[in-house]
Design a protein around this ligand. Structure first.
Ligand code: XLS
Ligand code: CA
Ligand code: CA
Length: 439
């Protein structure tokens, strides 16, 4: 496989001393970190849409990306693009990929024709997967780009659109199953609204739940055992997106008895759009047992939209991997680079640099996080911070021995309460020390 990235060698681990821009300085897929290799912890994945379909266009101008695989015939183009994708993953040693149905095969003039194109491309993907050993992390359906989804898909006021989206998701699930996909993602594309002056929110939410129950039923019917994931995002494209963040997704799943079938796919840039940070979303998902997979990218703190940049902030990757380690790994999930190179980074080589940067940043984050965890740095501090619940009145609260009346009696008898410092700056300094010093 050396057709579209001819100047790019196989990217190998060369360690911190190397000057070779086409090498990993931290990501050594075979290095053991605790009980797993780096490859097993990180489970990197390429996002088909940004990497292979992105053009670099923006509201002010046309695409800038120069892609040697582009050609006029649509199906021919889809095949060449897929070959380019597998060549890139192979050269980078990326073990997984993720796609939307319409990323891998062009939409036809009818649903039947779209399905036929999809079948043909899925067969081709299967061949390339067998040749390279690369696997499918997750599949999904694009129910947001086509103008038919102008008012949403499962939450559209138009029942015909609900039916069309169901048919599209059904097919995408079948293809994901055929390719051995380990998860299936539902990102609520246009499931949200702009104004309540024209929206029946209660009805739309019920329909969304109805749709997801149908997906659960169909998975059982066809024996698809991959994990279902909902990907939260607070806004964009709609002003209000229903799957705002992990906490609101969880409330929705519980209300509609879907909690046994779904976990979340957390994207860093969506966390920040929701006014959280990446670690908050991962942490909340983890403590509630619904951390499924990760879309690894970053936003820009100066821009209020979804910039989907390659993740290069080691502070963030460290704290993200800390949550993954505490979760015992990602199981069926992975780290999918839902990231696009900037419009001015238009050469194919930039795709390689973007992924190397992301992979090394997460490998570094993993090493630091693992050391922080095994040294018990924060764990010890946090345990001590809550230790008042291990004895005396704290213990009585936890064991249910006391209620308001007993607590009032206790409080009245206390002359003074003394608190201890939270030591945030001290802990941040320790984190910095680990980030800069861990070998
Ligand atoms: C868009 C989402 C999307 C999902 C998959 O903001 O990130 O790309 O990951 O549909
Ligand atoms: Ca995403
Ligand atoms: Ca995004």
């Amino acid at each position: 496989m050396n057709q579209y990235f001819k100047d790019i060698p196989q990217i190998k681990f060369e360690g911190r001393k190397t000057d070779n821009p086409y090498a990993f300085r931290y990501y050594d897929e075979n290095e053991m970190i605790g009980d797993k290799t780096m490859k097993e912890w990180l489970r990197f994945s390429m996002a088909y849409w940004h990497t292979l379909c992105g053009t670099g266009s923006d509201p002010f101008g046309a695409g800038t990306m120069v892609r040697p695989w582009e050609t006029a015939n649509q199906m021919e183009n889809a095949k060449r693009r897929m070959e380019a994708g597998f060549e890139l993953m192979d050269k980078l040693g990326i073990p997984f990929f993720c796609f939307h149905d319409r990323d891998i095969a062009p939409e036809g003039a009818s649903l039947a024709e779209s399905n036929k194109n999809l079948d043909e491309m899925a067969d081709y993907a299967k061949t390339l997967m067998e040749q390279t050993g690369i696997r499918l992390l997750w599949g999904t359906a694009n129910c947001f780009s086509n103008p038919r989804y102008v008012h949403g898909a499962a939450t559209s006021p138009n029942a015909e659109v609900f039916a069309y989206a169901a048919a599209q998701v059904k097919k995408a699930m079948e293809v994901t199953k055929a390719l051995g996909g380990e998860n299936y993602v539902f990102w609520g594309g246009r499931e949200g609204y702009e104004t309540l002056l024209n929206t029946d929110m209660a009805f739309e939410l019920e329909n969304l739940a109805r749709f997801l129950h149908m997906a659960v039923d169909y998975a059982k019917q066809i024996g698809f055992t991959g994990q279902f994931l909902i990907e939260p995002k607070p806004k964009e494209p709609a002003k209000h997106q229903y799957d705002f963040d992990t906490q609101s997704v969880m409330a929705f799943l519980k209300k509609y008895q879907l909690q046994d079938y779904f976990k979340v796919n957390i994207e860093a840039n969506h966390a920040t759009l929701a006014g959280h940070n990446f670690q908050h979303e991962l942490h909340f998902a983890r403590i509630n047992g619904i951390l499924g997979s990760i879309d690894a990218n970053k936003g820009d703190s100066m821009l209020g939209w979804d910039t989907d940049q390659f993740p290069t902030d080691i502070y963030d990757t460290t704290l993200a991997m800390y949550e993954v380690i505490k979760n015992g790994g990602l199981y069926k999930g992975g780290l999918n680079f839902d990231a696009k190179v900037r419009r001015a980074s238009f050469e194919p080589a930039d795709l390689v640099y973007g992924h190397i940067a992301g992979m090394d940043s997460f490998a570094r984050g993993l090493k630091v996080a693992h050391k922080l965890y095994t040294d018990g740095v924060f764990e010890k501090f946090i345990k001590e911070r809550y230790s008042s619940y291990e004895i005396g009145i704290g213990k009585d609260i936890l064991t249910g021995k006391v209620g308001f009346a007993e607590l009032e009696r206790h409080a009245l008898a206390q002359s003074q309460i003394s608190n201890k410092s939270g030591r945030q700056e001290f802990l941040e300094q320790i984190l910095n020390r680990y980030i800069t010093e861990v070998e």
